[in-house]
Design a protein around this ligand. Structure first.
Ligand SMILES: Nc1nc2c(c(=O)[nH]1)N[C@H]1C(S)=C(S)[C@@H](COP(=O)(O)O)O[C@H]1N2
Ligand SMILES: [Mo]
Length: 166
């Protein structure tokens, strides 16, 4: 009885103090740093492909300036990724493999179902297809997103997200 109770209490404390994040087993494709409450390495929270695939996958059907016709993307919602590391800031600095970077208000990810796309028309996004991770806004569902400002926030080849207070 006593050990069952203390085990229950420990689970409770773990739940209260945050999610645990396993260390990545495969190649790291995403690093989160900055204002986050959950880490699995000195650099911050590291994710391999399998870890991102284990999160609920969202489907976005949309046109984009970079593809012909309507295309289908899947991947985790950015807000779920942020929640999984207990992100606390207001702004993200998103950096790509080519060192392009953009500042994006966290509000975007609360207001819209923005995904970190991992597949395009059912196939994994390769680096040559602007993968492995591409920030995709639901442009077709929200005409107000179809502007240059949101295009600059549509970072492809995402590698690193730094969570900041501003
Ligand atoms: N990784 C990466 N993402 C990026 C960019 C970039 O250079 N590298 N350019 C951004 C900008 S400024 C715009 S307007 C859009 C469209 O870029 P394009 O006109 O080169 O297609 O993609 C955004 N995402
Ligand atoms: Mo741009």
């Amino acid at each position: 009885m006593r050990s069952a109770f203390s085990c229950g209490l420990m689970l409770c404390l773990l739940a209260g103090s945050g999610h645990a994040l396993d260390a990545p087993a495969g190649p790291v494709i995403l690093t989160l740093s900055g204002s986050i409450g959950v880490t699995n390495a000195e650099q911050g929270a590291l994710f391999d492909r399998t870890m991102l695939e284990a999160m609920p996958q969202h489907t976005t059907r949309t046109h984009t300036p970079w593809h012909d016709g309507q295309v289908v993307f899947t991947g985790p919602l950015v807000r779920d990724v942020l929640e999984s590391v207990e992100a606390k800031g207001q702004m993200l600095r998103v950096t790509a493999l080519n060192d392009y970077s953009a500042s994006i208000p966290v509000e975007d990810f609360i207001e819209y179902d923005v995904i970190l796309a991992m597949t395009l028309n059912g196939a994994p996004l390769r680096v040559r297809d602007q993968g492995p991770l591409f920030i995709i806004y639901p442009f077709d569902d929200h005409p107000e997103l179809q502007n240059e400002k949101m295009m600059t926030r549509s970072v492809w080849q995402v590698a690193h997200i730094d969570v900041r207070s501003e």
